[in-house]
Design a protein around this ligand. Structure first.
Ligand code: AMP
Length: 400
């Protein structure tokens, strides 16, 4: 059974086609600059050179039209016709409190996602556009929604409530939701497989460290707590996002700079994080290069980032009464041995002993702690698309 996985951003669209009989990737691609000049699709049939198409794409429907053409193309395609695609799995960022797992997309689901636009104004609209475009172009194909927030819906109120007047939770649903759920779920399950244990018997701290970054405490296969909050601005320091700060800083900056609170939030989202501290870049490769050349603020940015991750690991080990393992994933987590070392240093007291030699590795599933380490430290490349495709197969399978 072949599944198309679609992940729509405001001006971009990522896709993959997977053969789920043996979980292999057949094709993948990225469309960028949708709705702006210079739209381009980069399509790759696995094992072949990239096929690049530059053509005007005024909206997501145009973009998906080109993707479907590429997927059925004689040379670059992987199916003779789109009828061979049994289902489409859509990544959707926010499902609020409505869905705790993936669902078949119906009109009711679309209405619920529309209701969540308030909670994710940047993310849900393009997700919805992508679903509509696929529904128009593939009207007979079942579509499944896989939500970033769903895995975190198991959090209990003591971990998701903010200590603000309760009526704001009741009236506006202001609470912690958490994001990157598909990734936290995938790596925690892989961690169990690597330990040869049932996920229901282990406690994992997952660290998804990419441009966006979050940690999660996963106990017995369910999420106990996570670092992102009402929005993906909370928690860890990120590439350009501040992570958690004292909220009083917002009005203080607004007053001092003569700008509105919304402009401050924009600064906290786009001009802060390691980019803001260092003044160099949001990319950890640039920061490490600058550090090697003696740039002290680059060093400071890396240290602040590491300390915040350490704080969450400690907090989650306290909440779960220990951990069997700590997992690193996503761009930085998978590729940056020196950052992993900085985070895990001086944690022997908590049973965490990184092995410098084993840690000198990139992008492959492996244990990077010493044999004596009570808490195993693992590197697990995330695979959100595979998880989306697996959920899609499971849900579509029930339709038969
Ligand atoms: P992601 O959002 O998961 O795609 O992660 C993107 C981030 O991963 C980039 O901004 C880089 O900072 C980081 N990254 C990717 N490759 C490396 C590398 N080799 N060393 C350090 N950081 C890396």
């Amino acid at each position: 059974m072949k599944v198309l996985v679609v992940n729509c951003g405001s001006s971009s669209l990522k896709y993959q086609v997977l053969e789920m009989d043996d979980s292999t990737l057949l094709a993948k691609g990225l469309v960028e600059r949708i709705g702006i000049d210079g739209s381009v699709m980069k399509h790759e049939k696995i094992g072949m050179d990239k096929y690049i198409l530059e053509a005007p794409m005024k909206n997501h429907k145009d973009a998906i039209g080109y993707v479907l053409e590429a997927l059925t193309d004689k040379e670059h395609g992987v199916v003779a016709s789109m009828d061979e695609i049994s289902a489409v799995g859509h990544r959707v960022v926010h499902a609020g409190e409505k869905y705790a797992s993936s669902v078949l997309i119906t009109q009711d689901v679309m209405d619920a996602l529309e209701e969540c636009i308030d909670l994710a104004p940047l993310h849900n609209p393009p997700n919805i556009l992508g679903i509509r475009a696929c529904q128009e172009l593939m009207p007979e194909t079942p579509m499944v929604g896989v939500f970033d927030t769903a895995f975190h819906q198991t959090m209990k109120p003591e971990n998701y409530l903010y200590a603000i007047p309760y009526e704001y939770y009741e009236k506006y649903k202001i609470r912690k939701y958490g994001f990157h759920g598909t990734s936290h779920k995938y790596v925690s399950m892989r961690a169990a497989a690597m330990l040869n244990k049932d996920v229901k018997d282990i406690k994992v701290v997952t660290c998804h460290l990419g441009n966006g970054a979050s940690c999660a405490a996963v106990k017995n296969g369910v999420c106990i707590d996570t670092s992102m909050g009402f929005t993906p601005l909370d928690g860890l320091v990120m590439g350009t996002r501040s992570g958690a700060i004292d909220p009083a800083v917002i009005t203080f900056i607004a007053e001092k700079e003569g700008i509105g609170a919304d402009e401050v939030i924009n600064i906290l989202n786009k001009k802060s994080g390691v980019a803001g501290i260092s003044g160099v870049s949001s990319d950890f490769r640039d920061l490490e290069e600058a550090e090697a050349q003696g740039n002290e603020r680059a060093t400071l940015a890396l240290q602040v980032f590491a300390m915040r991750v350490k704080s969450f690991i400690g907090s989650y080990m306290a909440k779960m009464n220990g951990a069997d393992c700590i997992v690193f994933t996503a761009g930085v987590g998978e590729n940056d041995p020196s950052m992993r070392k900085l985070i895990c240093s001086d944690m022997e007291g908590l049973g965490v002993e990184l092995d410098d030699e084993k840690n000198n590795v990139r992008g492959k599933e492996t244990v990077i702690s010493k044999d004596s380490s009570k808490v195993k430290v693992m590197l697990i490349p995330t695979n959100e698309e595979l998880t989306i495709a697996q959920d899609t197969v499971e849900i579509v399978g029930k339709l038969k």
